[in-house]
Design a protein around this ligand. Sequence first.
Ligand SMILES: CC(C)(COP(=O)(O)OP(=O)(O)OC[C@H]1O[C@@H](n2cnc3c(N)ncnc32)[C@H](O)[C@@H]1OP(=O)(O)O)[C@@H](O)C(=O)NCCC(=O)NCCS
Length: 358
Amino acid sequence: MWVVRHRYATFMAIVDTYRPADARAITAMYRRVFGQEASDANRLRWDWQYRRNPNCPPEGPQIWVAREGPTIIGQYATMPVRLMVNGQEISASWGMDVMVAPERQRQGLGEVLFRTWDRHVGASLGLGQSESSFHLFQKLHWPSVGPVPCLVKPLTRRALRRPNWPMPVNRFVSAVTLPFVRMVARVRPMTADVAPIRKFSGEFAALWERLAPKFAFIVRRDPQYLNWRFIEPPHVRYAVAALRRGGDAQGYAVYRHVWEPRGRVTLLVDFLADPDDEPGVLTLLRWVDREAREADSDKIRVFCMHEGFRRIMRRSGYFNVKSTAEFTAKINAIDVPPDFYEHTERWHVTWGDSDQDR
Ligand SMILES: CC(C)(COP(=O)(O)OP(=O)(O)OC[C@H]1O[C@@H](n2cnc3c(N)ncnc32)[C@H](O)[C@@H]1OP(=O)(O)O)[C@@H](O)C(=O)NCCC(=O)NCCS
């Protein structure tokens, strides 16, 4: 039982775990907080997102619910993952759909929900938060690592358009930058085999075991996780390509093409390869270039934390742009050095981590 005391409200709330009987009340609250469209989308995803996650604990989805008497007034729904931190594997959890009933917001309940979640997990992770949850993370003084850098590769003259610029300005910028875009976007040869796949097979388990020690921070990307995360979602369809040499899996890329207000974008949502294998990473990137061109995309966008990967991307025609993917990580299960959160050069975090790509 929590007595929540704030500047202008005191009330009693119980925070415990989700029960199937809560579903209807949580859906109603979701609709009030995020709107009808987001609520419908949430219902479409829910079973996959929570129950079918291979890391879902046997006792059920990792969702905390705040109750005031019989009424549900808040929830924190999270995505459990396995996380490798400096060679040690721990359980961790991405904070996702956190909400407080509108009449109870700004009265301290959000803080209670965040702290409850954090007490129960080996590491609490947040990516691409809303303004309110970003401020709440800051108020709690959790390490702020982000944002996860964003890079864009222009492919056509429309790539540099901005929705907030008037059309004549956009046309002028497109015309002036065209020779440069053509040079960056020219077709380059690939030096290994890349082919589309429909499923991550056992060979990706070996790839994971081989590559995991190369990263200081990375969510376990084994076939179980990858199939659940990128092959089975009911709400979004990804294309996946595997990089192979001599028949061995050496990497993969997950991407999709979307329409945005000023053009078509290919999102490189997730990928993995040996960061020291520059020809391999370049080959994967060139595959994505070809796919993007075939889909008539104006640009490719990727969020990528790892410095080595970003260096190769810049060599492949990607540029840094402002990132909106704020990132917070707090390791609880093991001790990490005091400067751990400052040295993110070998952290592999992409837009496909957490559930931001909806
Ligand atoms: C985010 C949310 C769960 C926080 O819950 P809450 O009960 O309102 O949070 P608290 O009262 O514990 O607030 C703690 C701190 O969070 C920050 N905060 C909360 N809401 C905020 C807002 N709307 N704008 C800016 N900061 C906010 C403030 O720093 C606040 O401290 P203060 O009240 O002393 O200034 C709640 O505001 C909510 O449901 N928001 C709408 C849904 C949403 O955006 N969810 C996040 C998706 S990532």
